[in-house]
Design a protein. Structure first.
Length: 374
């Protein structure tokens, strides 16, 4: 029997929770599941929040900072989500958030996730991306009254950790599955390995329902402009509109297994509904080089990439992950999960979206979406 958590009574208007205006208000509080998402203002957080709201969840998002500009975008997109302040660097704020929200499920998506930045701010990356996982797990453990001598009961909080294919790094086998050894190549990858093993350890030490999704690269029109897919789709749109002539990129030979972020958040939710907690590789099973990505994106706009793309040593990383490709068969067999959107469709979707975005924003708006990252 798949897991069906029972609902605690809703507790609206508790201190510290900033309730956003609702798109449609449900006055009755049904026996819905309640989810707390860290990193809700990011790409994955926004898709996951939408997915969970559509499934009838009550969704809470942890937001940090005083005037986080991303909150405005989230407000526009998702009125149903309630925001609560907290920070992965602040243990007390996480305990307070879990105590107030009383979630059935916690999704830890918050991280410093841009790989090059992890060399520039390695310590901060370790604090947020690595130790942040410990703090969220501890908040759940403390609020649930779990200890070495006291196991969680049946209504325990379920925890999802956003692990990553960057943990595989320099691979000896391809495709990569749940048993492939890790050899991370960046401070980011190392921090994620810590979070991954810690999640496993809390499962084994305390019997907590704590799982990791080892997600391969997942993209969308909501992707940050610093990541290569969005940098390329924005660059193509800028060139097509005549705002730019060149796009400067780093290593074109690296290969990634790129999927659509909207597909991947479905897997996150499915992972928390299984009888037995387990980790899963999530990817498409198909890999493409950065050069192929570039070629596909430029052709989608009727352009020839050789006329515009310049390779620039400034974008080469101190240590590269050359090639990643997922073996998602466990997720397919046990979760029934499959991606719906393929590579070509994804790239076309992103190019179209950026062309529309920049057409509407005009020349000056294009500056907001700079592709000068790292
Ligand atoms: N960002 C970027 N910018 N990457 C470039 C560029 C460039 O100008 N030129 C070439 N690349 C190459 C990188 O060297 C890398 O091999 C590849 O494009 C993908 O880079 P990113 O899009 O930055 O993603 P990533 O693979 O390093 O990491 C992303 O995916 C991981 C999942 O495997 C991030 O989202 C991570 O947070 C995530 O864990």
């Amino acid at each position: 029997m798949p897991f069906r958590p029972t609902r605690k009574p809703a507790c609206p208007g508790r201190a510290g929770i900033c309730k956003l205006p609702r798109r449609s208000i449900s006055t009755e509080a049904p026996l819905t599941r309640r989810a707390l998402i860290t990193g809700i203002t990011g790409q994955d957080g926004s898709y996951l929040a939408e997915h969970l709201v559509d499934m009838g969840y009550e969704v809470f998002g942890l937001v940090r900072g005083q005037a986080n500009p991303r909150v405005r975008h989230l407000r526009q997109r998702l009125g149903e989500v309630r925001l609560i302040r907290g920070d992965l660097l602040d243990q007390g704020s996480l305990i307070a958030a879990v105590e107030r929200v009383q979630p059935d499920e916690v999704y830890n998506l918050a991280a410093i996730s841009y790989v090059p930045m992890s060399w520039q701010q390695a310590e901060l990356t370790g604090e947020v991306t690595g130790l942040g996982v410990l703090r969220v797990l501890e908040a759940i453990r403390v609020c649930s009254g779990i200890s070495a001598s006291r196991s969680p009961g049946s209504g325990q909080i379920r925890f999802y950790q956003a692990s990553t294919s960057e943990m595989f790094g320099q691979v000896d086998e391809s495709p990569q599955n749940e048993r492939t050894p890790f050899h991370p190549r960046s401070p980011y990858g190392v921090a994620k390995v810590y979070g991954h093993f810690l999640t496993q350890n809390y499962r084994e030490s305390y019997g907590m329902y704590a799982v990791s999704g080892i997600m391969f690269n997942h993209e969308s029109p909501r992707r940050g402009a610093e990541f290569v897919t969005r940098k390329v789709s924005l660059g193509v749109a800028q060139i097509k509109l005549g705002y730019e002539r060149q796009l400067r990129l780093g290593n074109l030979t690296a290969s990634r297994d790129w999927g659509f972020a909207g597909d991947y958040v479905r897997a996150m939710q499915l992972m928390l509904t299984q009888d037995t907690p387990a980790d899963y590789v999530i990817g498409t099973g198909v890999t493409h080089s950065v050069e192929k990505l570039v070629d596909t994106a430029f052709r989608a706009a009727g352009l020839e990439w050789h006329d515009h793309v310049v390779t620039d040593a400034a974008f080469i990383r101190p240590a590269e992950v050359d090639r990643l490709c997922a073996d998602p068969s466990k997720a397919r067999d046990e979760l029934g999960w499959e991606p719906k959107i393929g590579f070509e469709e994804l790239v076309a979707m992103m190019v179209d979206a950026d062309f529309e975005l920049l057409s509407a924003a005009g020349d000056s708006g294009a500056e907001e979406y700079t592709t000068d990252s790292w």
